[in-house]
Ligand binder design. Sequence first.
Ligand code: AMP
Length: 407
Amino acid sequence: MSGTRGTRVLVLNSGSSSVKYQLLDMGDGGRLALGLVERIGEQSSRLKHTPLATGGEAREWTGPIADHDAALKAVAEELARDGLGLDSPELAAIGHRVVHGGQTFTEPTVIDEAVLAEIERLIPVAPLHNPANLTGIRTARALRPDLPQVAVFDTAFHTTMPESAARYAIDVETADAHRIRRYGFHGTSHAYVSRETAKLLGKDPSEVNVIVLHLGNGASASAVRGGTCVDTSMGLTPLEGLVMGTRSGDMDPAVIFHLMRVGGMSTDEIDTLLNKKSGLIGLCGDNDMREIRRRIDEGDERAQLAFDIYIHRLKKYIGAYCAVLGRVDAVAFTAGVGENAAPVREAAVAGLEQLGLLVDAELNAVRGDEPRLISPANSRVAVAVVPTDEELEIATQTYALVREESN
Ligand code: AMP
């Protein structure tokens, strides 16, 4: 396989109208550049590029970018301006985030026509994400057909869940006919954070049981036994589980029939309601935890209720995953809310002394980018803040695979 002498990996996360990217050097894990193209297909597309290697100023550009092909060419030009062009022999591979790998993709996979066809076959279970991911892959392959390109799946880490956790209790034939089961998402983050948590404890991942709480705008929990995922809170789609920024999380499915029969709502309207207008934003009008905390400090009751519902659900999952794991060594908070919102961490763990969880107020108040413990020495279970890094994890998995394949 060509191109494996270099140590750089370009990570691409292609959405329907956006492309996020990072260029990393796997020699030292350093970040050389990162950026974002937004509003692809509109007149006011925007590209923001930060050249970290040269320490230069971030460059922003607004104007029409017609499609993903034009977006990636614009990114390639920005990288070339910093001497980091995509034609460089230093570039070993491109790693693509792919949301849904179904039951097929349990590991990062070098992309060929058969892999593309399978990702396409999975579109019915990921109608919003997989088409955009595919467009990004096809565009990047056209740009550098000679370079290994690797798909890293959000669902892969969760494919180890036992059937008892992965299956819904519905008619088996119907479920199988439509590939309905619990796939889970944010897997790259759960994998990375559970490993980093083991490292923080000075242990091998195989020795520890960890509950990972990925609390961003989307949010999910996972139970990881000895480095292997045994349960996670998201399901067929990212709608199940925790209360999120704009998603409802768990709910009686009959709410949907009620909204159709009594509320006269269409399938698409309910989809939008539950995915975009529920969760924190539906409960109080804000989905940013900073704003919700500010309103609570001013005595806002709706913001307080939204926070309480968010915490109640979170606590239920911590308790449930303590039961699933039996023995828990650590609970790790990560992503935008988990890494930054000390009041969320404090409230989520409050009252769980019987489960062995304690948080030290002073440690919890410390801010920082490094993994850190926030539990006192006498806490039976370590409670930690472990910043996630999905791009680094995608680059690491991509690089490991192309090295392996070239040997
Ligand atoms: P993510 O999806 O991981 O990027 O997380 C985004 C979310 O993190 C935002 O919607 C906020 O709710 C939350 N967030 C980011 N910074 C802070 C902060 N300093 N304090 C509380 N919440 C934060």
